[in-house]
Design a protein around this ligand. Structure first.
Ligand code: ASP
Ligand code: MG
Length: 411
Protein backbone atom coordinates (compact mmCIF):
# COMPACT_ATOMS: atom_id res chain seq x y z
CA UNK A 1 0.00 0.00 0.00
CA UNK A 2 1.28 3.44 -0.88
CA UNK A 3 -0.31 6.57 0.52
CA UNK A 4 -0.06 9.43 -1.95
CA UNK A 5 -0.90 13.07 -1.59
CA UNK A 6 -1.21 14.52 -5.08
CA UNK A 7 -1.63 18.23 -5.57
CA UNK A 8 -2.92 19.73 -8.78
CA UNK A 9 -2.50 23.46 -9.36
CA UNK A 10 -4.92 25.89 -10.95
CA UNK A 11 -3.71 25.39 -14.51
CA UNK A 12 -4.16 21.61 -14.13
CA UNK A 13 -7.83 21.97 -13.20
CA UNK A 14 -8.61 24.98 -15.38
CA UNK A 15 -11.38 23.30 -17.41
CA UNK A 16 -13.73 20.29 -17.06
CA UNK A 17 -11.69 18.58 -19.81
CA UNK A 18 -8.49 18.98 -17.82
CA UNK A 19 -10.22 17.65 -14.73
CA UNK A 20 -11.26 14.59 -16.69
CA UNK A 21 -7.70 14.15 -17.92
CA UNK A 22 -6.36 14.29 -14.36
CA UNK A 23 -8.96 11.90 -13.03
CA UNK A 24 -8.16 9.42 -15.79
CA UNK A 25 -4.46 9.71 -15.04
CA UNK A 26 -4.98 9.14 -11.31
CA UNK A 27 -7.18 6.12 -11.99
CA UNK A 28 -4.67 4.73 -14.50
CA UNK A 29 -1.72 5.05 -12.09
CA UNK A 30 -3.50 3.77 -8.98
CA UNK A 31 -2.55 0.28 -7.86
CA UNK A 32 -5.23 -1.70 -6.12
CA UNK A 33 -4.28 -0.95 -2.52
CA UNK A 34 -3.03 2.58 -3.01
CA UNK A 35 -4.68 5.32 -1.03
CA UNK A 36 -5.00 8.66 -2.77
CA UNK A 37 -5.59 12.10 -1.34
CA UNK A 38 -5.84 14.88 -3.91
CA UNK A 39 -5.40 18.56 -3.06
CA UNK A 40 -6.55 21.10 -5.64
CA UNK A 41 -6.23 24.81 -6.26
CA UNK A 42 -8.92 27.02 -7.68
CA UNK A 43 -9.59 26.65 -11.42
CA UNK A 44 -7.28 28.63 -13.69
CA UNK A 45 -7.18 32.32 -12.80
CA UNK A 46 -10.20 32.20 -10.56
CA UNK A 47 -8.39 33.38 -7.41
CA UNK A 48 -7.11 36.41 -9.34
CA UNK A 49 -10.58 37.03 -10.70
CA UNK A 50 -12.14 36.87 -7.23
CA UNK A 51 -9.48 39.25 -5.97
CA UNK A 52 -10.12 41.78 -8.69
CA UNK A 53 -13.88 41.48 -8.18
CA UNK A 54 -13.38 42.54 -4.59
CA UNK A 55 -10.87 45.24 -5.47
CA UNK A 56 -13.01 46.77 -8.18
CA UNK A 57 -15.95 47.08 -5.83
CA UNK A 58 -14.23 48.16 -2.64
CA UNK A 59 -10.83 49.27 -1.57
CA UNK A 60 -10.52 46.50 0.96
CA UNK A 61 -7.41 44.90 2.29
CA UNK A 62 -7.22 41.32 3.32
CA UNK A 63 -9.49 40.15 6.08
CA UNK A 64 -12.23 37.79 7.09
CA UNK A 65 -14.54 38.58 4.17
CA UNK A 66 -11.76 38.36 1.60
CA UNK A 67 -10.94 34.87 2.88
CA UNK A 68 -14.60 33.93 2.75
CA UNK A 69 -14.59 35.00 -0.90
CA UNK A 70 -11.24 33.52 -1.98
CA UNK A 71 -11.86 30.15 -0.37
CA UNK A 72 -14.82 29.60 -2.69
CA UNK A 73 -12.43 29.11 -5.62
CA UNK A 74 -11.12 25.83 -4.25
CA UNK A 75 -14.61 24.67 -3.34
CA UNK A 76 -15.61 24.91 -6.97
CA UNK A 77 -12.75 22.70 -8.04
CA UNK A 78 -13.07 20.02 -5.34
CA UNK A 79 -16.75 19.46 -6.03
CA UNK A 80 -16.31 19.36 -9.81
CA UNK A 81 -13.35 17.00 -9.56
CA UNK A 82 -15.27 14.66 -7.24
CA UNK A 83 -18.14 14.61 -9.75
CA UNK A 84 -15.64 13.86 -12.51
CA UNK A 85 -14.33 10.78 -10.67
CA UNK A 86 -17.87 9.59 -10.01
CA UNK A 87 -18.79 9.96 -13.66
CA UNK A 88 -15.83 7.69 -14.44
CA UNK A 89 -17.17 5.09 -12.01
CA UNK A 90 -14.72 5.74 -9.16
CA UNK A 91 -15.87 6.69 -5.68
CA UNK A 92 -14.60 10.06 -4.52
CA UNK A 93 -15.53 12.66 -1.94
CA UNK A 94 -14.70 16.35 -1.68
CA UNK A 95 -13.76 17.91 1.66
CA UNK A 96 -13.28 21.57 2.59
CA UNK A 97 -10.26 22.49 4.70
CA UNK A 98 -12.38 22.34 7.81
CA UNK A 99 -13.85 18.95 6.92
CA UNK A 100 -10.33 17.70 6.29
CA UNK A 101 -9.39 18.72 9.84
CA UNK A 102 -7.08 21.61 8.96
CA UNK A 103 -6.93 24.24 11.68
CA UNK A 104 -5.13 27.53 11.25
CA UNK A 105 -3.66 30.33 13.24
CA UNK A 106 -2.30 33.78 12.48
CA UNK A 107 -3.86 36.37 10.30
CA UNK A 108 -6.36 36.31 7.45
CA UNK A 109 -4.81 36.10 4.01
CA UNK A 110 -1.63 34.48 5.27
CA UNK A 111 -2.73 32.08 7.94
CA UNK A 112 -0.48 29.25 9.05
CA UNK A 113 -1.55 25.64 9.46
CA UNK A 114 -1.57 24.93 13.18
CA UNK A 115 -2.70 21.36 13.28
CA UNK A 116 -4.28 18.71 11.11
CA UNK A 117 -6.60 16.04 12.35
CA UNK A 118 -6.96 13.73 9.36
CA UNK A 119 -9.40 11.27 10.94
CA UNK A 120 -12.21 12.05 8.48
CA UNK A 121 -9.81 11.63 5.55
CA UNK A 122 -8.67 8.24 6.88
CA UNK A 123 -12.30 7.16 7.33
CA UNK A 124 -13.13 8.01 3.73
CA UNK A 125 -9.98 6.31 2.44
CA UNK A 126 -10.95 3.18 4.37
CA UNK A 127 -14.25 3.23 2.49
CA UNK A 128 -12.23 3.01 -0.70
CA UNK A 129 -12.76 6.59 -1.82
CA UNK A 130 -10.41 9.03 -3.41
CA UNK A 131 -10.41 12.02 -1.09
CA UNK A 132 -10.28 15.47 -2.66
CA UNK A 133 -9.32 18.31 -0.32
CA UNK A 134 -9.61 22.05 -0.94
CA UNK A 135 -6.17 23.60 -0.86
CA UNK A 136 -5.32 27.04 0.49
CA UNK A 137 -7.88 27.05 3.32
CA UNK A 138 -8.38 26.07 6.91
CA UNK A 139 -10.42 27.01 9.92
CA UNK A 140 -9.47 29.44 12.71
CA UNK A 141 -10.19 28.77 16.38
CA UNK A 142 -13.25 31.02 16.19
CA UNK A 143 -14.66 29.00 13.28
CA UNK A 144 -13.83 31.52 10.56
CA UNK A 145 -12.35 30.39 7.24
CA UNK A 146 -8.79 31.54 6.63
CA UNK A 147 -6.55 31.29 3.56
CA UNK A 148 -2.87 30.42 3.58
CA UNK A 149 -1.41 33.03 1.21
CA UNK A 150 -0.97 32.83 -2.55
CA UNK A 151 0.12 29.40 -3.68
CA UNK A 152 -1.09 28.01 -0.35
CA UNK A 153 -2.43 24.78 -1.80
CA UNK A 154 1.15 23.54 -1.84
CA UNK A 155 1.27 24.04 1.93
CA UNK A 156 -2.01 22.17 2.32
CA UNK A 157 -0.64 19.24 0.32
CA UNK A 158 2.71 18.95 2.08
CA UNK A 159 1.21 19.47 5.53
CA UNK A 160 -1.42 16.80 4.85
CA UNK A 161 1.30 14.45 3.65
CA UNK A 162 3.20 15.16 6.89
CA UNK A 163 0.20 14.71 9.16
CA UNK A 164 -0.86 11.50 7.41
CA UNK A 165 2.71 10.17 7.12
CA UNK A 166 2.21 9.77 3.39
CA UNK A 167 4.89 8.00 1.39
CA UNK A 168 5.26 10.86 -1.04
CA UNK A 169 3.77 14.22 -1.90
CA UNK A 170 3.48 14.81 -5.63
CA UNK A 171 3.07 18.38 -6.83
CA UNK A 172 1.62 18.31 -10.34
CA UNK A 173 2.13 21.51 -12.25
CA UNK A 174 2.47 22.90 -15.76
CA UNK A 175 6.25 22.46 -15.92
CA UNK A 176 8.32 19.28 -15.79
CA UNK A 177 10.03 20.09 -12.51
CA UNK A 178 12.38 22.61 -10.95
CA UNK A 179 14.52 24.37 -13.55
CA UNK A 180 17.67 26.44 -13.31
CA UNK A 181 15.49 29.40 -14.36
CA UNK A 182 11.99 29.92 -15.66
CA UNK A 183 12.07 28.02 -18.99
CA UNK A 184 9.68 30.54 -20.52
CA UNK A 185 12.45 33.14 -20.25
CA UNK A 186 15.47 30.89 -20.58
CA UNK A 187 14.86 28.19 -23.19
CA UNK A 188 18.17 26.56 -22.24
CA UNK A 189 17.14 26.17 -18.60
CA UNK A 190 18.18 22.85 -17.10
CA UNK A 191 15.80 20.58 -15.19
CA UNK A 192 17.22 19.47 -11.84
CA UNK A 193 16.79 15.75 -11.15
CA UNK A 194 17.11 16.40 -7.44
CA UNK A 195 17.53 19.41 -5.22
CA UNK A 196 17.98 19.67 -1.45
CA UNK A 197 15.10 21.13 0.48
CA UNK A 198 17.36 23.85 1.87
CA UNK A 199 18.20 25.02 -1.65
CA UNK A 200 14.60 24.66 -2.76
CA UNK A 201 13.43 26.68 0.22
CA UNK A 202 15.81 29.48 -0.72
CA UNK A 203 14.75 29.29 -4.39
CA UNK A 204 11.07 29.41 -3.43
CA UNK A 205 11.56 32.24 -0.95
CA UNK A 206 13.35 34.21 -3.63
CA UNK A 207 10.51 33.82 -6.08
CA UNK A 208 10.95 30.56 -8.03
CA UNK A 209 7.22 30.20 -8.56
CA UNK A 210 7.17 26.45 -8.77
CA UNK A 211 6.45 25.92 -5.07
CA UNK A 212 5.22 28.07 -2.24
CA UNK A 213 8.09 28.61 0.27
CA UNK A 214 6.10 27.67 3.34
CA UNK A 215 5.29 24.30 1.80
CA UNK A 216 8.96 23.49 1.28
CA UNK A 217 9.60 24.38 4.90
CA UNK A 218 6.84 22.01 6.01
CA UNK A 219 8.39 19.26 3.88
CA UNK A 220 11.73 19.88 5.56
CA UNK A 221 10.12 19.65 8.98
CA UNK A 222 8.21 16.43 8.33
CA UNK A 223 10.89 14.78 6.16
CA UNK A 224 8.39 14.31 3.35
CA UNK A 225 9.95 13.78 -0.06
CA UNK A 226 8.31 15.97 -2.67
CA UNK A 227 8.13 15.14 -6.36
CA UNK A 228 7.47 18.19 -8.54
CA UNK A 229 6.29 16.96 -11.94
CA UNK A 230 4.15 17.77 -14.93
CA UNK A 231 0.43 17.09 -15.02
CA UNK A 232 0.59 16.54 -18.73
CA UNK A 233 3.51 14.15 -19.10
CA UNK A 234 4.74 10.96 -17.42
CA UNK A 235 8.32 12.18 -17.33
CA UNK A 236 10.03 12.09 -13.94
CA UNK A 237 10.27 15.58 -12.47
CA UNK A 238 12.43 16.92 -9.65
CA UNK A 239 12.73 15.22 -6.27
CA UNK A 240 13.13 17.57 -3.32
CA UNK A 241 14.63 15.84 -0.31
CA UNK A 242 17.24 16.17 2.42
CA UNK A 243 20.24 14.60 0.76
CA UNK A 244 20.93 14.39 -2.90
CA UNK A 245 23.31 12.47 -5.02
CA UNK A 246 22.61 15.11 -7.48
CA UNK A 247 23.08 14.94 -11.16
CA UNK A 248 23.24 18.70 -11.24
CA UNK A 249 25.71 18.73 -8.39
CA UNK A 250 28.52 20.09 -10.45
CA UNK A 251 26.76 23.42 -10.74
CA UNK A 252 27.88 25.93 -8.14
CA UNK A 253 24.57 27.68 -8.65
CA UNK A 254 21.35 25.66 -8.74
CA UNK A 255 19.07 28.33 -10.05
CA UNK A 256 18.17 31.88 -10.88
CA UNK A 257 14.97 33.11 -9.29
CA UNK A 258 13.00 36.28 -9.69
CA UNK A 259 10.39 38.03 -7.63
CA UNK A 260 8.42 40.53 -9.66
CA UNK A 261 6.25 41.69 -6.78
CA UNK A 262 8.82 43.78 -4.94
CA UNK A 263 8.01 47.30 -3.82
CA UNK A 264 10.71 49.60 -2.48
CA UNK A 265 9.81 51.94 0.34
CA UNK A 266 12.16 54.75 1.32
CA UNK A 267 11.55 56.44 4.62
CA UNK A 268 13.55 59.66 4.42
CA UNK A 269 15.12 61.83 7.08
CA UNK A 270 14.42 59.75 10.14
CA UNK A 271 16.26 60.62 13.34
CA UNK A 272 19.57 58.80 13.53
CA UNK A 273 19.18 57.71 17.16
CA UNK A 274 18.75 54.34 18.84
CA UNK A 275 15.22 52.92 18.79
CA UNK A 276 13.87 54.47 15.60
CA UNK A 277 14.47 51.43 13.40
CA UNK A 278 13.04 49.23 16.13
CA UNK A 279 9.86 51.27 16.35
CA UNK A 280 9.40 51.47 12.59
CA UNK A 281 9.89 47.77 11.90
CA UNK A 282 8.07 46.63 15.03
CA UNK A 283 5.02 48.60 13.95
CA UNK A 284 5.18 47.02 10.50
CA UNK A 285 5.55 43.58 12.09
CA UNK A 286 2.58 44.20 14.39
CA UNK A 287 0.54 44.88 11.27
CA UNK A 288 1.77 41.58 9.75
CA UNK A 289 3.80 43.20 6.99
CA UNK A 290 6.75 41.10 5.88
CA UNK A 291 9.82 43.20 5.27
CA UNK A 292 12.46 41.77 2.98
CA UNK A 293 15.63 43.72 2.13
CA UNK A 294 16.60 46.51 4.54
CA UNK A 295 19.20 49.22 4.01
CA UNK A 296 20.00 52.13 6.25
CA UNK A 297 21.80 54.67 4.16
CA UNK A 298 25.13 56.12 5.10
CA UNK A 299 24.94 59.86 5.61
CA UNK A 300 27.99 61.99 5.71
CA UNK A 301 26.82 65.58 5.50
CA UNK A 302 24.27 65.39 8.28
CA UNK A 303 24.70 62.57 10.75
CA UNK A 304 21.61 63.44 12.75
CA UNK A 305 19.28 62.16 10.03
CA UNK A 306 19.27 58.99 7.95
CA UNK A 307 17.12 57.14 5.38
CA UNK A 308 15.65 53.70 5.87
CA UNK A 309 15.02 51.82 2.66
CA UNK A 310 13.30 48.45 2.60
CA UNK A 311 11.29 46.21 0.33
CA UNK A 312 7.97 44.43 0.79
CA UNK A 313 5.70 42.42 -1.47
CA UNK A 314 3.10 44.39 -3.41
CA UNK A 315 0.40 42.28 -1.75
CA UNK A 316 1.25 44.09 1.50
CA UNK A 317 1.43 47.54 -0.08
CA UNK A 318 -1.95 48.92 0.91
CA UNK A 319 -1.49 47.71 4.50
CA UNK A 320 2.00 49.23 4.58
CA UNK A 321 0.69 52.59 3.35
CA UNK A 322 -1.81 52.64 6.21
CA UNK A 323 0.78 51.70 8.80
CA UNK A 324 3.31 54.24 7.60
CA UNK A 325 0.80 57.05 7.38
CA UNK A 326 -0.11 56.37 11.02
CA UNK A 327 3.58 56.72 11.89
CA UNK A 328 3.74 59.95 9.90
CA UNK A 329 0.80 61.33 11.85
CA UNK A 330 2.52 60.33 15.08
CA UNK A 331 5.59 62.25 13.97
CA UNK A 332 7.97 59.25 14.07
CA UNK A 333 8.75 59.45 10.37
CA UNK A 334 8.67 62.17 7.77
CA UNK A 335 8.64 61.66 4.01
CA UNK A 336 7.96 58.23 2.45
CA UNK A 337 8.59 57.30 -1.18
CA UNK A 338 7.03 54.23 -2.76
CA UNK A 339 8.61 52.62 -5.85
CA UNK A 340 6.17 50.02 -7.03
CA UNK A 341 7.86 48.65 -10.10
CA UNK A 342 10.75 46.76 -8.60
CA UNK A 343 11.95 43.20 -9.00
CA UNK A 344 14.46 41.05 -7.22
CA UNK A 345 16.72 38.64 -9.07
CA UNK A 346 18.63 36.03 -7.13
CA UNK A 347 21.05 33.18 -7.54
CA UNK A 348 20.90 30.18 -5.22
CA UNK A 349 23.29 27.32 -4.57
CA UNK A 350 25.00 25.72 -1.60
CA UNK A 351 28.10 25.54 -3.78
CA UNK A 352 28.75 29.27 -3.41
CA UNK A 353 29.87 28.70 0.18
CA UNK A 354 33.60 28.82 -0.14
CA UNK A 355 33.66 29.67 -3.85
CA UNK A 356 34.93 33.22 -4.32
CA UNK A 357 33.73 35.46 -7.12
CA UNK A 358 30.14 34.29 -7.48
CA UNK A 359 28.61 37.68 -6.67
CA UNK A 360 31.12 39.37 -8.97
CA UNK A 361 30.04 37.11 -11.84
CA UNK A 362 26.40 37.95 -11.18
CA UNK A 363 27.13 41.70 -11.12
CA UNK A 364 29.17 41.31 -14.31
CA UNK A 365 26.26 39.64 -16.08
CA UNK A 366 23.93 42.42 -14.96
CA UNK A 367 26.30 45.12 -16.13
CA UNK A 368 26.66 43.45 -19.53
CA UNK A 369 22.86 43.53 -19.82
CA UNK A 370 22.81 47.21 -18.78
CA UNK A 371 20.84 46.49 -15.63
CA UNK A 372 21.32 48.86 -12.73
CA UNK A 373 21.58 47.30 -9.26
CA UNK A 374 19.64 49.19 -6.58
CA UNK A 375 20.09 47.05 -3.46
CA UNK A 376 22.11 43.88 -2.85
CA UNK A 377 21.50 41.33 -0.13
CA UNK A 378 23.06 37.96 0.54
CA UNK A 379 22.58 34.81 2.56
CA UNK A 380 25.01 31.92 2.89
CA UNK A 381 23.58 30.27 -0.19
CA UNK A 382 22.16 33.17 -2.21
CA UNK A 383 22.81 36.62 -3.63
CA UNK A 384 19.92 38.93 -4.52
CA UNK A 385 19.76 42.22 -6.40
CA UNK A 386 16.88 44.65 -6.49
CA UNK A 387 16.41 46.09 -9.97
CA UNK A 388 13.75 47.85 -12.03
CA UNK A 389 10.96 45.49 -12.99
CA UNK A 390 11.13 46.28 -16.70
CA UNK A 391 14.65 44.83 -16.77
CA UNK A 392 13.88 41.58 -14.99
CA UNK A 393 13.64 39.31 -18.01
CA UNK A 394 16.91 40.58 -19.47
CA UNK A 395 18.55 40.27 -16.05
CA UNK A 396 17.49 36.67 -15.53
CA UNK A 397 18.61 35.74 -19.04
CA UNK A 398 22.01 37.35 -18.58
CA UNK A 399 22.63 35.68 -15.22
CA UNK A 400 21.46 32.31 -16.49
CA UNK A 401 23.75 32.59 -19.46
CA UNK A 402 26.67 33.40 -17.19
CA UNK A 403 26.18 30.43 -14.85
CA UNK A 404 24.59 27.75 -16.98
CA UNK A 405 25.12 28.35 -20.65
CA UNK A 406 28.85 28.89 -20.52
CA UNK A 407 29.56 26.37 -17.78
CA UNK A 408 32.34 24.74 -19.69
CA UNK A 409 34.22 28.00 -19.77
CA UNK A 410 33.88 28.69 -16.10
CA UNK A 411 34.33 25.36 -14.39
N1 ASP B 1 -5.78 29.44 -5.44
C1 ASP B 1 -4.78 29.98 -4.58
C2 ASP B 1 -3.89 30.93 -5.35
O1 ASP B 1 -4.11 31.17 -6.52
C3 ASP B 1 -3.98 28.91 -3.92
C4 ASP B 1 -3.13 28.08 -4.85
O2 ASP B 1 -3.32 28.09 -6.06
O3 ASP B 1 -2.27 27.38 -4.36
O4 ASP B 1 -2.97 31.46 -4.81
MG1 MG C 1 1.28 27.19 -7.34
Amino acid sequence: MTLYVKKFGGSSVATPEKMKFIAQRVIRDKKENDKIVIVVSAMGDSTDNLLSLAKSAYSVSHGREMDMLLSTGEQVSISLLAMTFKSLGVEAISLTGEQAGISCTGTHGKALIKEINPSRIFQELELGKIVIVAGFQGIMDNGDIATLGRGGSDATAVALAGAMKADICEIFTDVNGVYSADPRWCPKAIKMEEITNIEMLEMARLGAGVMQPRSVEIGLHYHIPIHVRSTFSDEKGTIIQENCTMEGNHYVIKGVAQDTHAVRISVLNVKNVPGVAHKLFQTLANDHIDVDMIVQSVQTSDDSLTDMVFTISDTDLSDARQTLSKLQEDGLIDKVIYDENMAKVSIVGAGMLGTPGIAARMFGALSKAQVNILIVSTSEISVSCLINRDKVEAAVQAIHEEFFEETQLHM
